[in-house]
Structures are given as structure tokens and as C-alpha cells.
Design a protein around this ligand. Structure first.
Ligand code: ATP
Ligand code: MG
Length: 409
């Protein structure tokens, strides 16, 4: 038999409803904040992610689904959304025509990671990118927008952490201080971190194995006056509107971040980040565009859904049409269509089965009523509406049928 690929999932109802609810909730909030949807391709040139996400990141080194197509192009199935957004922004000349843009995207991302709860090889991200505004207000705005979505959706017990990674002026000093500190403990670091130490020491703090034990011991970042003022202002704008804590250990695993970074975390597991993001003021220039500030985030739909937990949904009332005889099947079919046209949720259609089988089906699909049609009824142009809770039956004439059913549903 055909088999599902490891790390991938089929999502049936009611779980699939969680995704629709989250997406609808997000779309509503995006619209309030003036963000417009950007639908992006799933496949990009592999080079795009190497140049933007970063050559030394886990995503590019270990997790990317990359392949060569028949035309010998080196492609990748997107592991994240930001590089595609920036590519689309640059390629479509927004830099000249309308440099300030607020985009959101909803789509599946792919990473060849070890599958576990909250970590899949195909997962959904909902993301936002605010391009062209360098002010601390933009940072505060996107963080509050993220909070609005998560809170409105009903995610529980999450913490908001923020930090500043500084800029090209202040980060190199910190980087060196970190290399000096970590070099003393090099032997105790995991294999990955021993390499990271030279290439990107900040990432050691983000390591799932080594990160936590450096908390409170590592040298802290000394921001340049501009970066400090920016970070202070972000915090001032957020105060009173959202609970957050400054975490000097929060460094994020991607290459392109500068200044403000943030994470929404639920629980203590290693896959606890329900959403994460930050400023990337140098990425657009590095990708060949003019110097353009930007900030964005992405949330993992599965993790936000997990943090909300099970929800009770009111059952939608429906009618199940049952035909007692072959001669009634066509009229029964037409009744189903008439009811649907009138806006009534209608099941039925298993007319080849006997009454018992059809009633069982009505029960299975949770119908509130069965609409039963037999030869007797057909000749009188009526149908029997049976309340499946009380067992009560009423005969209703065809010409008032949809109105009468609608009254009860
Ligand atoms: P993690 O530290 O958990 O590996 P990350 O830093 O790789 O996360 P980002 O690249 O910032 O994550 O992606 C943003 C969000 O996407 C994460 O906060 C998380 O909610 C979600 N996410 C990332 N990888 C996965 C995955 N493999 N399965 C499900 N959700 C994921
Ligand atoms: Mg990861």
C-alpha cells in the first residue's frame, strides 16, 4: 500500500479546522494593520537561501530540500518565507516605485529536520514583513500585531522575549568577546558548536544542546548609542501594551538579523518557539538592492495551534435526505440540491443503501434531521422531516419545504 513519507502528515477534520481558524484570525488582524497578502512560489533558486538565510545556518547546511531540475537548475523547496519576499520586492521594482511595503504570507515551509512533536518536515508559517521603515515604531508595531493574532486565536501561556543584536558597528566587538569567552570552553562544546564558534559564535547561544548552560555567564552585548536608543524606544513603545522580557541569550538562528530580535515561546521544550522574528536592515542591500531597513516575523501554525489546545466547536445543524425507493431517488437528489441552494447544510445521497443503512449514515454525519421520501410521499408531493433527537415526524409539502427546513435549522 502507498505510504506517507516520514515527517509529513495528512491533516483531517477537526484538526484541519484549526488551521483555517488561525489563518482567518491572522488575515483579520493583518487587514487592521494594513498588511497585504503576497503569494509566493514554493520553489526558488537554492542560491537565494544560501545568500540570505546564510551559508552557516542549520537551515541551509542541514535542513534544506535542494535538488537539480531537468534543466540543470539548482533549486530549493523553501525552508522559510523572508528570502522569497525580498526577492519578489526587488524583482518587481518596489524599491523605486513604492519602497514602503507591508506584506504577509501564509504557506508551507519544508525542512529536513528530525521529526518530533511540534517539529515537522512540512509545516505552515504565517509571516509578515514590514519593509522600508527604520523607526522603532515599526518594531513595536509588528510585535504588537503578532501578539494580537496569537491572543485573538487563543494561544495560552506564552512568553515574549526580546533582545537587540546591534549593528555592524557594535556586533563585531561582541562577537569577539564571545569568541574569547567560548574558546576557553571549546572542548566542552558539541561538534556543531565547535565549528560555529569561529564562523558565527552568536549561534552557540542558540544551540539546543549547549545554549542553556551559558545563560547568565556569557559576556553581554554593548550596544552603540544609536542601537541602544533604538532598543530603548522599542521597549518604551511596548510597555503597558504587552508583557515582555529582555533576554540577552536570544540570538536567533538566521544570519540576516540586526538590532531587535524577538520570540514568542510556549513551554520549556526545545521546540517551544511559536513565533520569531527580527529586524534585517542589511539583507536587502546584501541581496543587491538599495539599503532598505526591514523587520518581520514568522509563526509556526502547528505550534500556535498546539499552545491553544483542544477547543469545543458548536455543531452545525444539517439535514440528511433519505430515499425509500428507487423511484424516489431522483426527486430526493433534487431536494438535496434545492436545500443546498437555499443555504441548508445537506447530507445524503447513499440512495442505493436500504433505509437502515441510510439512517445510520444520517446518524454518523451528525445530522439534526432526516428528510425521508417514499412512494407515498412522492405521490402527495410531501416529504417527512424527522427530528433525530426527539424522533418527532412532520410531513411538509414540497413547495414550502426549504422554508420549513430553514426555520428549524
Ligand atoms: P527552532 O528553534 O524551533 O528550530 P527556528 O529558529 O528554526 O525554530 P524560524 O526559522 O525562526 O524557526 O521559523 C519561525 C517559526 O516557524 C518558529 O518559531 C516555529 O514556530 C516554526 N517552525 C520552525 N521550524 C519548524 C518545524 N520544523 N516544524 C514546525 N514548526 C517550525
Ligand atoms: Mg530550526
Amino acid at each position: 500500500m502507498a505510504k506517507l513519507v516520514r515527517g509529513f502528515r495528512d491533516i483531517f477534520e477537526p484538526q484541519s479546522k484549526n488551521f483555517t481558524e488561525l489563518e482567518n484570525c491572522a488575515r483579520g488582524v493583518f487587514s487592521l494593520y494594513g498588511f497585504g497578502e503576497l503569494r509566493l512560489p514554493t520553489v526558488e533558486l537554492k542560491e537565494l537561501f544560501i545568500k540570505s538565510t546564510g551559508e552557516t545556518t542549520d537551515i541551509v547546511q542541514k535542513e534544506m530540500y535542494a535538488f537539480e531540475d531537468a534543466g540543470h537548475r539548482q533549486l530549493a523547496i523553501r525552508p522559510e518565507g523572508t528570502p522569497g519576499v525580498v526577492r519578489a520586492y526587488l524583482e518587481n521594482n518596489f524599491t523605486q516605485n513604492a519602497p514602503v511595503q507591508k506584506f504577509y504570507y501564509i504557506g508551507n515551509m519544508f525542512r529536513a529536520e528530525r521529526p518530533q512533536a511540534g517539529r515537522y518536515r512540512e509545516f505552515e508559517q504565517i509571516g509578515a514583513e514590514y519593509i522600508g521603515n527604520a523607526a522603532p515604531a515599526a518594531d513595536a508595531e509588528v510585535i504588537l500585531m503578532l501578539k494580537d493574532i496569537v491572543a485573538k486565536f487563543g494561544a495560552k501561556n506564552y512568553k515574549v522575549k526580546i533582545n537587540s543584536l546591534g549593528c555592524d558597528k557594535c556586533r563585531p566587538l561582541y562577537r569577539q568577546a564571545l569568541i574569547d569567552f567560548l574558546s576557553k570552553e571549546k572542548e566542552t562544546l558539541c561538534e556543531n558548536c565547535q565549528t560555529r564558534l569561529e564562523k558565527n559564535p552568536l549561534r552557540v547561544l542558540d544551540c539546543k544542546l549547549d545554549g542553556a548552560r551559558f545563560a547568565g555567564r556569557v559576556p553581554t552585548m554593548h550596544l552603540c548609542p544609536e542601537c541602544q536608543a533604538h532598543f530603548d524606544e522599542v521597549q518604551r513603545l511596548l510597555k503597558g501594551k504587552i508583557d515582555f522580557e529582555v533576554d540577552p541569550m536570544l540570538v536567533r538562528g538566521l544570519d540576516y538579523y540586526s538590532r531587535t530580535v524577538f520570540e514568542f515561546q510556549a513551554g520549556d521544550a526545545s521546540q517551544n518557539a511559536i513565533a520569531a522574528g527580527g529586524r534585517y536592515d542589511t539583507l536587502i542591500k546584501n541581496m543587491g538592492g538599495p539599503a532598505t531597513p526591514a523587520i518581520g516575523w514568522a509563526m509556526g501554525a502547528e505550534r500556535v495551534i498546539l499552545s491553544r489546545g483542544e477547543v469545543a466547536r458548536p455543531k452545525e445543524k444539517s439535514v440528511c435526505v433519505v430515499s425509500l425507493e428507487k423511484d424516489c431517488n431522483e426527486t430526493a437528489f433534487n431536494l438535496m440540491q434545492a436545500l443546498r441552494e437555499a443555504g441548508v447544510r445537506t447530507e445524503g445521497g447513499l440512495f442505493e443503501k436500504n433505509v437502515k443503512g441510510q439512517m445510520k449514515q444520517a446518524d454518523r454525519c451528525g445530522a439534526a434531521y432526516a428528510l425521508i421520501l417514499g412512494g407515498d410521499e412522492l405521490s402527495k408531493k410531501v416529504a417527512t422531516l424527522k427530528d433525530l433527537q426527539t424522533g418527532e415526524q412532520t410531513q411538509i409539502a414540497f413547495d414550502v419545504l426549504t422554508d420549513e427546513v430553514k426555520k428549524r435549522i
